[in-house]
Design a protein around this ligand. Structure first.
Ligand SMILES: CC(C)(COP(=O)(O)OP(=O)(O)OC[C@H]1O[C@@H](n2cnc3c(N)ncnc32)[C@H](O)[C@@H]1OP(=O)(O)O)[C@@H](O)C(=O)NCCC(=O)NCCS
Length: 195
């Protein structure tokens, strides 16, 4: 994490990035970003024994598409430098308006506003699809991720002490949540949405 924070401090100028839906041809770049962060121990759920293979990511993308779940990449100079996506929070039908997200920025591009732009576009895309709540699980030591979620309107709704054992120690998970669109102020779209 220290290396990540140092990179963020060094990357002062914001690059001109574009955000678009991911493609199969982006899978290798996304895996490379993910594997690097896993080796640094930032992910809240896996250690390096749980790294997905390219085919896993391709299958996941196809599955997300069929459920209208946004899966986005940030592109700079023709290179994929970050990705963010959502899955359904739970599979049972009652939870079909709630998504759980993940975001990863290439370690050379952290601290330049890429995460903020990509995350905002993910939020907007999920709201446009009619989802109403967005949930994130963040490692309690992940200051960068906690900060970006605070700044984008997520509330810290729970702390799960010692639920992860990674790299030789027990780690807390912080649960964050944000309303999308009308949130809970209106009834949802018709049954069958997002299935
Ligand atoms: C967490 C992550 C997505 C943040 O993306 P980023 O591009 O580095 O963040 P940004 O430069 O867009 O910063 C967003 C905001 O958070 C703040 N922030 C970022 N890192 C911070 C840190 N270490 N401490 C305090 N604030 C921080 C920034 O100041 C910025 O606020 P501002 O827009 O008001 O200036 C990125 O660091 C990353 O991919 N980390 C590894 C993977 C990961 O942890 N994913 C999340 C798993 S839950």
């Amino acid at each position: 994490m220290n290396e990540l924070v140092e990179k963020q401090a060094a990357n002062r100028s914001a690059p001109q990035i574009s955000v678009r839906p991911s493609r199969d041809s982006d899978v290798d770049a996304m895996l490379s970003i993910y594997r690097r962060h896993i080796r640094r121990g930032v992910d809240d759920s896996v250690d390096d024994s749980g790294t997905p293979e390219p085919d896993d990511l391709r299958d996941r993308r196809k599955n997300l598409r069929s459920h209208r779940l946004p899966h986005l990449v940030a592109v700079f100079g023709g290179e994929v430098i970050g990705y963010a996506y959502v899955v359904l929070f739970r599979k049972r039908p009652a939870y079909r308006y709630t998504v759980k997200h993940s975001i990863y920025i290439h370690h050379d591009h952290v601290g330049r506003g890429v995460g903020r732009q990509l995350m905002q576009e993910l939020i907007d895309a999920c709201a446009a699809q009619g989802f109403r709540q967005m949930i994130g699980y963040i490692d309690g030591d992940n200051a960068a991720s906690l900060a970006i979620h605070d700044k984008l309107g997520f509330r810290r709704v729970g702390q799960l002490p010692g639920v992860a054992y990674r790299y030789g120690r027990w780690c807390d998970t912080v649960m964050v949540q944000r309303s999308l669109g009308a949130g809970t102020t209106e009834a949802p779209p018709p049954l069958g949405f997002g299935r």
